[in-house]
Design a protein around this ligand. Structure first.
Ligand SMILES: Cc1cc2nc3c(=O)[nH]c(=O)nc-3n(C[C@H](O)[C@H](O)[C@H](O)COP(=O)(O)OP(=O)(O)OC[C@H]3O[C@@H](n4cnc5c(N)ncnc54)[C@H](O)[C@@H]3O)c2cc1C
Length: 287
């Protein structure tokens, strides 16, 4: 099928974008970033936006740089950029380990980091990473700029705290201390498919024991979230098979898995146990 008719706008600045968005958002105007989620849903006529605001010509939104203690990722930065070590230390290594799990190469060369965050698919790798790292989302509109912490941003399946007239202008990820250990693991039925479950973990060691663990699970519930029970199970323990298994068991108990025709809740719960344990096991190899 072909998309339903729409008006196309191609602003050249953020200011122009947010003025246009304020005008057309009430008439189902939408941002077009990489188009890797929006265009297929338009082709199937699941989405019929009356206006598309294509931000690909806005140079300000191509910014990808470290500012202070944060990596700033502009709205036009493509997934594939993270293949390189774009940030110093463990953050750069974590992002380049995760990016290869997103779809296929052509999707990664068009789709954007911020587009994934704005789209908020439960199985988005970047949403899980934003949660585990405690990202800050920077929203711009004619009403001003809002900074939204990751734990307040996601609101459910493909639902966020963004208002209809807000552009997600950038996402800021905190740099990780040099001694941070990290791990990521996901399970999907075929390479490139959306994951059925994924886990991301970071922690440091103090006196040989885990301190400040952050463990997030994605793909299993309507939105990625930190699993506090799993973090508590790991805190203060040696980074050992037993500690990782205890955290994984706690994650499996804590989640309320989604179900569909192909994937039962019990199966997803079991997957959460496996991906959490494997993400933590990878953390010892990641140094
Ligand atoms: C076959 C296939 C496999 C895929 N596999 C994966 C996968 O494994 N993991 C994964 O995470 N993703 C996957 N994707 C999706 C892909 O990562 C998309 O790039 C991503 O979900 C959306 O980014 P985009 O830049 O393409 O956004 P678009 O498709 O342009 O937009 C998506 C939605 O977000 C809104 N939006 C986009 N940017 C902004 C912004 N800056 N501010 C406000 N609203 C905005 C749009 O209005 C639209 O509603 C897959 C896609 C395909 C087609």
């Amino acid at each position: 099928m072909k998309p339903a008719p729409f008006h196309y706008h191609a602003p050249k600045s953020v200011d122009e974008t947010i003025v246009l968005l304020a005008e057309v958002a009430p008439n189902d105007g939408r941002i077009l970033a990489g188009g890797q989620s929006l265009v297929p849903s338009m082709a199937f006529r699941l989405a019929r936006p009356a206006h598309l605001i294509d931000i690909n010509g806005v140079d300000e939104l191509k910014r990808l740089e470290v500012e202070g203690e944060e990596l700033c990722i502009g709205a036009c930065v493509r997934h594939e950029m993270f293949r390189q070590r774009i940030a110093p230390g463990p953050l750069g290594r974590l992002l380049s380990a995760v990016v290869c799990h997103i779809g296929h190469y052509p999707i990664r060369t068009r789709g954007t980091f911020c587009g994934s965050i704005a789209h908020a698919d439960p199985a988005s790798e970047w949403c899980t990473i934003a949660i585990v790292l405690g990202a800050t989302m920077v929203a711009r509109s004619v009403r001003g700029t809002r900074r939204i912490p990751a734990h307040e941003f996601f609101a459910g399946i493909m639902a966020t705290a963004l208002a209809e007239d807000e552009l997600l202008a950038e996402v800021r990820l905190p740099l990780l201390a040099e001694d941070t250990r990290f791990g990521f693991y996901e399970f999907s039925r075929r390479a490139g498919d959306f994951a059925l479950a994924m886990a991301a973990a970071t922690y440091r060691l103090a006196g040989g024991r885990v301190t400040g663990p952050c463990i997030a699970v994605g793909g299993a519930e309507p939105m990625a979230r930190r699993i506090v029970a799993a973090e508590q199970a790991l805190q203060g323990r040696a980074p050992s098979a037993q500690g990782f298994a205890a955290a994984a068991d706690a994650a499996a108990v804590a989640i309320d898995p989604m179900e569909d025709a192909m994937t039962s809740a019990d199966y997803r719960r079991d997957l959460v146990r496996a991906v959490t344990r494997r993400a933590l096991e990878r953390s010892t190899a990641a140094l």
